[in-house]
Design a protein around this ligand. Structure first.
Ligand code: GDP
Length: 328
């Protein structure tokens, strides 16, 4: 019998890549999908990967515990991946309470639904390097103290500790993956990497001339989402649940990411990039750099895609996508 997995955040970047991975491994994949006013675009990423028809979707919402209980009861999952969240840091200052409801209490609701309906299921909580915020150590590992710097990061920290607590209190097989930034052609356009690759592609194709960004000095440890979802799966294959940092161990500034992107397209960022304080944040996370030694030794995980390959894949995909839009 094939294993059954339930994914929240199915229609996001990580949900789509994780669903693809699990389908390839022979899983029966179920996804929680929240009702949306724009239902026609909701499965765009799943369609891009060619797997939209292979997943069983369930109407529900992380903020509605009874819907989670109903879905867990129906699906009887072996593995639950909680990737659903209000995940854009900047928006979390504009919608702090919604962020708390979905990202913090939503995660808690899922733990509670699993505890009540499927206590034998293994559960993965998508935690975030944003929890390190104002970094307390130059390189961040599972032992580094947290210092969240946005309502999003505070909400993620709540769900992280609740995951640890449910493991310790109720014996749930609950693991928390502290994932550093991970990107791909499926990254939302509001995140800086995709904003840059899409913007540079538009400039290359003559559709635009300028790209407006915020803080170019921030640095991030950027990996490929396809590599990172593999780590999620590995965590749930372990005998013991635990917490793991997933990162590449290389940090790059927004400015350098930009330079790499523009030079791939034979453009100069100085000719096109404009800085606008509108994109600055009330509190910034200046530097993130992860130490994934534990994941490497215990899970046998390591990233396969380099930053250069990631940028190149994103740029190629955006050029293709824009050319296709122009045809229609
Ligand atoms: P985050 O690490 O989850 O906040 O991922 P983002 O991709 O949204 O932001 C990464 C970094 O890029 C942050 O330090 C932002 O301040 C910085 N940044 C600079 N300009 C921009 C921009 O125009 N949009 C976004 N999203 N981030 C920007």
């Amino acid at each position: 019998m094939s294993k059954r997995a339930l994914i929240t955040g199915l229609t996001g970047q990580d949900g789509a890549y994780l669903a693809q991975l699990l389908l390839a491994k022979g899983y029966e994949v179920h996804g929680l999908v929240r009702r949306s006013a724009s239902a026609d675009v909701i499965d765009a990423r799943l369609r891009w990967l060619g797997i939209a028809g292979d997943i069983q979707v369930h109407d529900g919402n992380l903020t509605d515990l009874s819907s989670l209980i109903r879905i867990i009861r129906d699906v009887k999952p072996d593995e639950v991946y909680n990737l659903g969240a209000q995940s854009f840091v900047k928006s979390s200052w504009q919608q702090p309470l919604l962020t708390g409801s979905v990202t913090a209490l939503g995660g808690h609701n899922m733990l509670e639904a699993v505890r009540l309906e499927a206590p034998e299921a293994r559960i993965y909580q998508a935690s975030s390097s944003e929890m390190y915020g104002l970094i307390q150590e130059d390189v961040q590992s599972e032992k580094t103290p947290f210092y969240p710097r946005s309502p999003y990061a505070v909400a993620k920290l709540y769900a992280h500790w609740m995951t640890v607590n449910y493991r310790e209190s109720f014996g749930l097989h609950a693991s928390s993956g502290i994932l550093f930034n991970h990107e791909s052609p499926l990254r939302g356009i509001e995140f800086v990497t995709r904003k840059i690759t899409d913007g540079a592609a538009r400039i290359k194709l003559g559709l635009e001339d300028k790209l407006t960004l915020g803080n170019l000095d921030a640095t991030r440890d950027w990996g490929h989402a396809r590599d990172f979802v593999r780590a999620m799966w590995l965590m749930l294959q372990q005998e013991e649940a635990d917490d793991y940092v997933i990162a590449t161990g290389r940090t790059t500034s927004v400015r350098d990411f930009c330079k790499m992107t523009f030079s791939l397209l034979d453009l100069r960022m100085e000719d096109h990039v404009v800085v606008d304080p509108r994109y600055l944040r009330p509190a910034e996370v200046d530097v993130l750099l992860g130490d994934a030694t534990k994941a490497r030794t215990k899970l046998g995980w390591q990233p396969e895609c380099s930053l250069e390959q990631l940028v190149s894949e994103m740029v190629d995909a955006d050029i293709e996508r824009i050319k296709l839009q122009q045809k229609h």
